[in-house]
Unconditional design. Structure first.
Length: 659
């Protein structure tokens, strides 16, 4: 009980109650004081009036005193006493002897039965004390007036009390008069109390409300995303724990759908973060309107959202919901009159069987999301055993990439490419290699991780600077080719990076060849064309790598005049046994001659392939037949050779590679 009372006092209602009590106590106290003062004034006035009346009565008729011993008034005395009650506010009096016997009574008002107030005890007190005793009474007709004071006035002779006059004084008019006078005092007290306590109380209340509102806002902010207004991860975690516990007891399932927006970074980069924020708010609104009331949606950060689906059969319920969300989120968003589309990929995990707790459930949904992102945009994937191991491996690779960047542990290998007409080395292609001595990883494993995480921008910048610096120190002015990722065009300032690498190294721009794949055209072709034109303006050459395997389109060759087209190794390896592959190679050769573009064949591993390509009119070749990737030291030795004969001899590359 005590604890509940303490909790109440600490609540807003309790504090308001304290303020109300603090205001009420002075007001009630002031009113009580005024009432006490009123009673005191009436008693004192009655005592003075009654005492003066008794003194005057005794002075005018000393025979009154004979009533006490004789107890039988004379006719004259009785007549005088009767007249005394007919004038003034004294409407009744009684005379008592010291033994408490009623000697005489006289009334202006006619009483019925016995008097209301039994006065023997008060008479005894007046006799014993020798002082006046007053009592205030509320009365009513026919016996009494509305308000009167009864005074017991002892009468003394030679210092001894010989009797008591019991005088009833009508104070009704005086009470009304005094009350009117004190009403102003009470009003002043009330006003002072309101200002003295009410104003501070109001200020305290306002402060309490402000604190309460601030706490409520802080609570809301701690549980909701500041931008979209939907729940955050912390709040969804609390709800999920309760939902998982309830579903375990009732043998039901819970599904977590992790949603990642596609191409959202492009919106931020192209239209600004303000437009991106509007898209996020619109996505949150669509998600809220697309789920049931018992389901929950939260923003986990960035462009990631999570929907928690409960109380429905799984996995069919999650599949239906995921398909609906894919359709809803694929619709464009109107931001400032511009239609922005991003779409979404979704990963789904169900508890049970995928997980027992929320963190594991989210990790499984995240693993499924990775699969969706790898399969393409606007896709849905459900968690499968083994996915989490792949995710852990992928995250470990990302951690290792960051460490390699920090410690400068990445390495470059240099693979030569040759002229098929003069058999001389024309230059080297710089190839990124995993740090030596670390757990081996192929470029096919770590390059996609770099691109997904955005680290390719930092790594790509390092590759460009290192390759340009290495080539700038070569004695012979051979070319250096560097691969660029599509991510560097869409999420980086590739032109500035190339320009900085050239200026820092001092490399002649004509010696730098930048290789891009056809996938660079997937997003925002105009933006890519603009950047390629600016790169061409720096004086470098541009090569289209892996031609024929990606999003091949002759329109790209028409829109941008590439310097070199590189035939993918898959066609080269099959052209001796597959007529269609040979036909494609010949077609590319003819196209290159028509457009005036240099043709390079990749993956040349046999003399027969080299001879066939040479006869077909191929300009350049690259592959294990002509030279394996070399270390920086081996490439430097070859590029700095005094005699051009070693550079013309393909076997020199292999010898250096194995030395």
């Amino acid at each position: 009980m005590q604890r509940r009372f303490i909790r109440f006092l600490n609540s807003d209602s309790g504090r308001l109650a304290i303020i109300a009590v603090c205001i009420a106590i002075p007001v009630i106290g002031g009113m009580s004081f005024c009432h006490s003062l009123l009673m005191k004034m009436l008693r004192e006035d009655a005592q003075d009036t009654s005492s003066a009346w008794v003194s005057m009565l005794v002075a005018r008729n000393p025979d009154v005193l004979t009533l006490f011993p004789d107890a039988t008034p004379s006719v004259q005395t009785k007549h005088l006493l009767d007249e005394a009650t007919q004038v003034g506010d004294i409407y009744r009096f009684r005379i008592w002897d010291t033994a408490g016997n009623l000697v005489y009574k006289s009334e202006r008002l006619k009483s019925t039965g016995s008097p209301i107030v039994f006065s023997e005890k008060r008479t005894a007190n007046a006799v014993a004390s020798g002082s006046i005793v007053n009592e205030v009474h509320e009365g009513g007709p026919p016996q009494n007036v509305p308000f009167f004071v009864e005074s017991f006035i002892p009468v003394k002779r030679n210092g001894s009390v010989i009797g008591v006059f019991d005088v009833f004084l009508d104070q009704s008019d005086n009470k009304v008069l005094y009350q009117k006078s004190l009403f102003l005092t009470e009003g002043i007290i009330a006003i002072l109390v309101i200002f003295a306590a009410g104003l501070p109380g109001y200020l305290v209340y306002s402060q309490m409300r402000a604190i309460s509102d601030a706490r409520a806002e802080a609570q809301f902010r701690s549980e909701h995303d500041a931008l979209t207004g939907i729940m955050n991860r912390h709040r969804l975690n609390d709800l999920a724990k309760s939902a998982l516990a309830w579903n375990r007891r009732n043998k039901r399932q819970v599904a977590a759908l992790m949603i990642d927006l596609d191409r959202f970074k492009d919106i931020n980069d192209s239209f600004g973060h303000a437009a991106g924020d509007e898209v996020l708010k619109a996505v949150a609104t669509r998600l809220k309107s697309s789920i049931r009331e018992e389901d929950s949606v939260a923003r986990f950060g960035g462009d990631e959202f999570v929907v928690l689906q409960v109380g429905i059969a799984q996995p069919s319920g999650a599949r239906i919901l995921a398909d609906r969300l894919i359709a809803v989120l694929s619709e464009s968003h109107d931001v400032g009159g511009t239609a922005l589309a991003c779409g979404a990929s979704i990963g789904v995990a169900v508890s049970p069987p995928d997980a027992e707790d929320f963190e594991t459930l989210i990790a499984c949904a995240d693993a499924a999301l990775y699969k969706s992102k790898a399969e393409g945009r606007s896709s849905v994937s459900f968690f499968e055993p083994g996915m989490d191991a792949k995710i852990r491996e992928r995250r470990q690779i990302e951690t290792d990439i960051r460490q390699a960047l920090t410690t400068g542990s990445f390495q470059l290998a240099y693979q030569p490419f040759h002229s098929l007409h003069g058999d001389n080395i024309l230059g080297f292609e710089a190839l990124l290699r995993w740090p030596e001595g670390w757990s081996p990883q192929s470029p096919a494993a770590f390059i996609p991780v770099m691109e997904d995480s955005g680290l390719i921008n930092l790594v790509g910048e390092w590759v460009l600077e290192t390759a340009c610096q290495t080539a700038a120190n070569w004695k012979n002015p051979l070319k250096i080719a560097v691969n660029l990722s599509p991510v560097q065009f869409h999420h980086g300032d590739i032109v500035s990076v190339v320009d900085k690498a050239l200026r820092t190294s001092g490399l002649d721009p004509q010696r730098l060849e930048l290789e891009v794949t056809e996938s660079v055209w997937i997003q925002d072709t105009d933006c890519v064309l603009d950047q390629l034109a600016r790169l061409r303006g720096l004086g470098v050459s541009i090569a289209l790598d892996d031609f024929g395997t990606g999003y091949s389109s002759l329109a790209y060759l028409w829109k941008f005049p590439f310097d070199t087209v590189k035939i993918d190794r898959s066609f080269v390896s099959e052209m001796e046994t597959e007529p269609k592959a040979a036909a494609i190679v010949n077609t590319i050769m003819a196209l290159g001659k028509t457009l005036g573009v240099t043709i390079t064949a990749e993956g040349v591993e046999t003399q027969a392939q080299a001879q066939t390509l040479k006869k077909a009119g191929c300009d350049q070749a690259q592959g294990f037949l002509l030279g394996r990737p070399l270390s920086a030291a081996a490439a430097n030795a070859l590029a700095n050779a005094d005699s051009m004969s070693s550079i013309r001899n393909p076997n020199a590359c292999t010898a250096l590679a194995t030395s």
